[in-house]
Design a protein around this ligand. Structure first.
Ligand code: URA
Length: 168
């Protein structure tokens, strides 16, 4: 699962997360570690576009929190990639800043997170592209570790059929 910040203009028009410039870079990063985008549930902490692409307000993050929490609960992702500081603050509150923890595997409860720079940040600051590429290579290894661990555990029951998910 990948969690970004909020839809941009293009995402808002199309109703699909990460379809703009940052999404193109994200697609390349996923392809570089042989993960088909179709196999990843991609969403944002805030479900509507903040006007003028401003940072989401705390009350907007709070309003959308139950949706994101339920998405994570239903999907039970092996690993949750957190793109940018807003996603990190939302799902790993109280953690160190992204410049310190990017690319590391953080385990909280039964969840595994990997904080990463936001691809949009790498579009502005080209030097971050290499860092993101290197961090994604580590992600591949983390997924393999978590999936191997899961195979050793008894299967978790599937969610009830009424638990339908909206993709956005
Ligand atoms: N940036 C985000 O954080 N999310 C998107 O869906 C698009 C750009």
């Amino acid at each position: 699962m990948i969690v970004g910040e909020a839809p941009g203009q293009k995402e808002d028009q199309e109703g699909v997360p990460f379809v703009g410039a940052a999404g193109q870079l994200l697609n390349k990063l996923l392809a570089s570690i042989d993960i088909p985008r179709e196999e990843v549930f991609i969403t944002n902490i805030v479900k509507c576009r903040p006007p003028g692409n401003r940072d989401p307000l705390p009350e907007e993050v709070a309003t959308c929190s139950p949706y994101l929490d339920r998405q994570v609960e239903l999907i039970r992702p092996a690993v949750i990639l957190l793109l940018g500081r807003h996603a990190v603050q939302r799902l790993l509150p109280g953690s160190d800043g992204i410049s310190k923890i990017h690319g590391t595997m953080v385990e909280r409860g039964d969840r595994v997170y990997v904080p990463l720079y936001h691809p949009a940040a790498a579009l502005y600051n080209g030097f971050l592209v290499e860092t993101l590429e290197a961090d994604f290579r580590r992600v591949r290894g983390y997924i393999d570790v978590v999936e191997a661990r899961r195979k050793e555990l008894p299967p978790v029951p599937a969610p009830a059929p009424q638990d339908q998910l909206s993709l956005f």
